[in-house]
Design a protein around this ligand. Structure first.
Ligand code: NAD
Length: 313
């Protein structure tokens, strides 16, 4: 689980853990850098700068071509897979995470594939930081079309009555309040643009079938479903679609640490899974990116379970 950083008003991050594997501090400065133009949300004299598409190699059938996507938790696992897929499909991608090295690696993967990405070090539990993230995304890419609110944590499993208030509070803030904050500022931006938008929130299969030993995780993820359906209903006349994905157990660093902390429970769950395998982050990314695409224009308020059919068992 990531340590909680202190984030100052202007987005400079001071993390308590080893902050970065990146020697270039500029790369990890979320917003303010030496070039003030970069943070100017308006189109500037150089139209290329704000063009999110891969103009050097135009692929007319890229479903995300010309769009701008923001992915939280983009430095690892499902978020990384989604950021790379958004870029591969033609979107400019803002990658947000606490993990400076992970975020930089995701951007490197995007660029290696010929896409365009930028990392913004962000604590999604901090409202000022989230507001600044959205502004910085617009400053870099010119607009915001799609958002994948995906950052999250888990804790080692424990009986309900052993859960402490601190553990409860941390889970709710990171896995639920952060989604509210991201949605709020993304919606403000999308309404200002007046051109609709698509938001996908990562909930969990645990929002449908409780995860053993994780009552606070289950509660937070059910809350994400509530925010999703509420916003979908409220915004459907403004062209903003809001959906959620509910991954089953996916092979990411989060699950690796859970397997370490609760090996017997984890193995029992895997044995019960379809195909006796974990899902892959790319399999969830496909669902999230599709829900953000125009192909899903008549899909809103939906809960898409991506678990290989586990939930049917
Ligand atoms: P992961 O640990 O690989 O990635 C999560 C990312 O979120 C990390 O890079 C982490 O640094 C980032 N993050 C955590 N707190 C943050 C904060 N306050 N601000 C910014 N970034 C923060 O985990 P993952 O498995 O890819 O999980 C992604 C999402 O999917 C989470 O919301 C998780 O609850 C959900 N999920 C995962 C599984 C699974 O089996 N892996 C199943 C269901 C739901």
């Amino acid at each position: 689980m990531p340590s909680r950083p202190t984030l100052c008003r202007h987005g400079d991050i001071i993390s308590k853990r080893a902050p970065t594997r990146d020697a270039n501090p500029k790369k990890n400065n979320p917003t303010r850098d030496a070039n003030p133009q970069k943070n100017n949300p308006t189109r500037d004299a150089n139209p290329q700068k704000n063009n999110p598409t891969r103009d050097a190699n135009p692929q007319k059938d890229d479903p995300m071509r010309g769009k701008v996507a923001l992915v939280t938790g983009g430095g690892s696992g499902i978020g990384r897979a989604a950021a790379v897929l958004f870029a591969h499909r033609g979107a400019g991608v803002a990658v947000a995470d606490l993990d400076l090295g992970g975020g930089a690696e995701t951007v490197a993967m995007i660029e290696a594939g010929g896409g365009r990405g930028r990392f913004f070090a962000t604590d999604v539990t901090d409202e000022a930081g989230v507001e600044e993230l959205v502004a910085a995304t617009v400053g870099e890419f010119g607009k915001l079309d799609c958002a994948f609110n995906n950052a999250g944590i888990t804790h080692p499993s424990r009986p309900f009555h052993e859960l402490t208030l601190d553990q409860w509070n941390e889970m709710i803030v990171v896995n639920l309040t952060s989604v509210f904050l991201c949605m709020k500022h993304e919606i403000i931006q999308m309404l200002a643009q007046g051109d609709g938008g698509a938001i996908v929130n990562t909930a969990s299969g645990a929002a449908i079938v409780p995860a053993p030993g994780q009552p606070h995780y289950t509660a937070a993820k059910r809350g994400v479903l509530g925010l999703t359906t509420h916003a979908a209903d409220e915004l459907n006349n403004q062209g903003i679609r809001v959906n959620s994905v509910c991954p089953g157990m996916i092979d990411t660093p989060m699950v690796a640490s859970w397997r370490e902390s609760s090996p017997e429970m984890a193995e029992a769950v895997i044995q019960h899974m379809p195909g006796r395998r974990l899902g892959q982050p790319e399999e969830v990314a496909e669902a999230a990116v599709w829900l953000c695409s125009d192909e899903a224009r008549w899909v809103s308020g939906n809960t898409m379970v991506v678990d290989g059919g586990m939930i049917c068992r």
